[in-house]
Every structure is written in structure tokens, then in C-alpha cells.
Design a protein around this ligand. Structure first.
Ligand code: PGA
Length: 252
């Protein structure tokens, strides 16, 4: 069985000193388990301080975004080599806020996936439909397009390095998580699509769920064999609830 993967996406929260104190609290409370991998994604500016604190602990570091280019005249951007240098293992790519607030396209996302892999970082590719797309039965078509374009040009062996995060847009930050059945159905679809397109065994794809995951609903989500972990937003800003979600991932 794949290890459960719990990722905390801090979004644009926490100053550097607040970030340090959150990480210290998490480190104090968290009892590492072999069956769970815990990762946090602070803002770019907190990465160096957080990296020093999690270095030589089981907690890994992710960035929330990246530029697709290595270096050059890209004012305000951060590149994959910089992220590696600061100690990141993972990079979240194509989060719905990047897609819908900052206008990232599937083509932009595809470039980022390749750039990240090229620099030996591991992508967490987010996909998910909007409410109106779900209501008009377009969920699978939307996800298929996001996967087909976002993962274009990848080889089968790349999939061991890729995590897909299914994050329905209507569930993010709304307090209305997908039901276990809704999430499991889309995870199953993602698995079968990737396995047909790239010839990967379905149970080798790591697919995590995101969108209003809390310590109250995490246990039932983790009971589905389709759900290999969680991408947690709001609930990861509180050390107690984030650590509780990680503990629930070990329980069943
Ligand atoms: P949320 O955010 O848990 O606050 O819904 C999840 C995410 O955006 O990754």
C-alpha cells in the first residue's frame, strides 16, 4: 500500500516568526509514523526559516508554486533550482487559486511539471472542477483535460514521482468537503485515465483529496482505498488540527 501523504498548504498566511512558531508546535506534537508522510508548504518567504527547522526531521517541505524557467528576467518569480536549494522536496502546481485568480492555463502548468521534474523535485498536480461544471455533468471531462494537458509529454516512469491532488473548486475554503463517494468516484476516474494513457498500474498512482478537509471528516475520507491522503488548507494553520489529521491517516 502507498504511504498516506498529508500536505499542509499554508497559502498566503503567517509571517516568518509566526511560521517558525507553527512549525515548532507541529514538531513538538507530531509522532512520526512509517505509514504517513507529512509535508508543509509555507509561503516562499518563510521557506528558509522553516527549512532550517524541519531539516533532519521527518517533515518535508513543499513550495506552493514555481516559475517554469530556471533563471532570467522574470521579475517576482522563484525557480525550481532556488526551491531545491532552500530544501524543498515537493512543489504544488496548478492549485485552483493559481488557475482561477492568476489565470494559469493547463499549458503553463505542464511547463511547470516538466521544470520541476527536471530539477529532481516532485510535483503535486492539482486538478478539480468548478461547481457549475459538476452541476452540468462535466466533472470527468474537465479533469480529463487538466490531466491530459497538464501531464503531456511525461513518460510512464515519471508517475512514481507525481502526486495528483483532486480538489473540487467548490469544496476549497467553503467548509463543504466532497463526500467520500464523490471524492472516491473522481479518484477512481483519475486512476483509470492515467493507467490507460500511460500504462501505470492503477494502485501505483498517489491521489490525495483536498477541499475543506478537517480533523472531523478526515477519518472517513481515509477509509476509502481510493484516497491516499489529503491536501489541507485552513485546518493546517492550526497545529493541533493538522497533527490530528496526520494521526488519523495512520489509524486505518
Ligand atoms: P481548504 O483548502 O482545506 O481550506 O479548503 C484546501 C486547498 O486549497 O488546498
Amino acid at each position: 500500500m502507498l504511504r498516506r501523504f498529508i500536505v499542509g498548504n499554508w497559502k498566503m498566511h503567517k509571517t516568518i516568526s509566526q511560521a517558525e512558531s507553527l512549525v515548532k508546535d507541529i514538531l513538538q506534537m507530531y509522532q512520526p509514523q512509517a505509514s504517513v508522510e507529512l509535508t508543509i508548504a509555507p509561503s516562499f518567504i518563510s521557506l528558509p526559516a522553516v527549512s532550517r527547522l524541519v531539516d533532519s526531521t521527518p517533515i518535508k517541505l513543499a513550495a506552493q508554486n514555481t516559475c517554469a524557467n530556471d533563471e532570467g528576467a522574470f521579475t517576482g518569480e522563484i525557480s525550481p533550482p532556488m526551491l531545491r536549494d532552500v530544501g524543498c522536496h515537493y512543489v504544488i502546481i496548478g492549485h485552483s487559486e493559481r488557475r482561477h485568480i492568476f489565470g494559469e492555463t493547463d499549458q503553463d502548468i505542464n511547463k511547470k511539471v516538466h521544470a520541476v521534474l527536471h530539477h529532481a523535485l516532485l510535483p503535486i498536480l492539482c486538478v478539480g472542477e468548478r461547481l457549475e461544471e459538476r452541476q452540468s455533468n462535466k466533472t470527468k471531462a474537465v479533469i480529463q483535460h487538466q490531466l491530459q494537458t497538464g501531464l503531456k509529454g511525461l513518460e510512464s516512469h515519471d508517475f512514481a514521482k507525481i502526486t495528483i491532488a483532486y480538489e473540487p473548486v467548490w469544496a476549497i475554503g467553503t467548509g463543504q468537503a466532497a463526500t467520500v463517494d464523490q471524492a472516491a468516484e473522481v479518484h477512481g476516474y483519475i486512476r483509470s485515465f492515467i493507467s490507460t494513457q500511460w500504462g501505470i498500474k492503477p494502485d501505483q498512482n498517489r491521489i490525495i483529496y483536498g477541499g475543506s478537509v478537517t480533523k472531523e471528516n478526515a477519518k472517513s475520507l481515509f477509509q476509502s482505498p481510493q484516497i491516499n491522503g489529503a491536501l489541507v488548507g485552513k485546518a493546517c494553520l492550526d497545529s493541533e488540527s493538522f497533527v490530528k489529521i496526520a494521526e488519523l491517516a495512520t489509524d486505518n
